[in-house]
Ligand binder design. Sequence first.
Ligand code: SAM
Ligand code: SF4
Length: 450
Amino acid sequence: MHPGNAVFLSGLKMDKEKFNHDAAYIRDILAKSQDLQVLNLPEITALLDIRGRDIWSEVFEAAGRVKEKVFGKRIVLFAPLYLSNECTNDCLYCGFRMGNKDAVRKTLTVDEAVEEAKLLSGRGYKRLLLVASEHSRLTGVDYFEKMANAIYSETDIRILHMNAAPMSVDDFKRLKACGIGVYQCFQETYHIPSYRYLHPSGSKADYAWRLGVMDRAVEAGFEDIGMGVLFGLYNWRWEVAASIAHSRRLLNKYGFGPHTFSVPRLQPAQGSKLDNKKNRVSDEDLKKIVAIYRLALPHVGVVISTREPSGLRDELLTIGASQISAGSKTSPFGYIRDGDTEQFEVGDTRSLEEVIGKIADLGLMPSLCTACYREGRSGETFKELAQNEEMKKFCNENALLSLKEYIEDSAPDHLKKQLKELLKKEIAVSSNGLVAKIKAIEEGERDVHI
Ligand code: SAM
Ligand code: SF4
């Protein structure tokens, strides 16, 4: 295990006796968070220990305000593109695990991946998250390289992120070179005995190899890394403290921590060997998790997947979440046809257009922007801009430009009217240069951004 990792884990104790903080102390922490400062571990454990409902509603409001200060009203949208469900690991909770003998297995060919990416770009998506199970022979770095090169050269997709098994520094360098934006990997659980039980075989059984993955990705040149745990495997309060401690270690070492935190919650899956009840995370708990991540690390994007039901997802957008997937399928080739085994059940089945309409209804701004990764606003630069409240200028303007493209190219007629009104209102209070850029899009220019 990386020595730094061993230190942050050994320091994590959730001693109930110590955490009985009064409301005044919590309000001091909320006030500090409004200055967009990273919170320390005693402050985070105090938030994790709040018991009163009234104080929680103040925490949710504070988190919503922090999100607006950093990213403005924009909510970024994306879709996962599942490349393979053939896996040599046996994670007890996952439909793709090797021991699921009922699984119908599939690994996409280059042509199939391009076909799916084209379908998604036709619907309006510009950013996709490539997702794959772990199989060194079928889906090693050569495979990802081929997929990324083909999707970039043959479709209008502008940025590919990736959620895949931990790799070596040399393999990460190759992925970086072919234009992968964010490398994402979830620790699943930081709790070592639970991790060992849940990952009995295959390369994922090596806890230390997974814990060190972000260091290797950064060493290879990735400045945007996506972290998370799978909530429902162990005590969520402990996991939140551990993941923030891990992030703070990266922040201290490299000058930047995670670009995003995902908050996946355990879902039913075909062939799962896990009883989901013991460490179940309620909807209310998930709201607390999102709010604490937002307050603890204000510059970090918080990502909500379609694992969650629609009503809860809408609510999470007002208390700190900043990115959301939509219209997702979790089986390889699932956008073109159903049939192969999905990883888990999806909770929100709304299409991209429905989610865009709902975000606009909530008074927020749907965004299909992909600018920062391609303009070098990553890592420490991104963190500084976000903490100085300068990022939201880019986010708001680019969201509007991406919406204009969506209206021109993909939006269904009923949504066009709603989005045009939103644009008109926002343009009236935006910078002078925006009108010219909107006109350029009307005249056929694409990928207009700042
Ligand atoms: N196979 C790679 C790995 O395990 O890191 C990456 C892709 S895996 C398909 C993406 C994530 O899905 C896993 O890291 C895990 O957190 C999540 N996942 C697996 N089974 C799940 C379930 N039943 N419910 C919700 N999320 C699940
Ligand atoms: Fe394979 Fe990833 Fe599923 Fe584990 S979580 S069985 S590694 S796809």
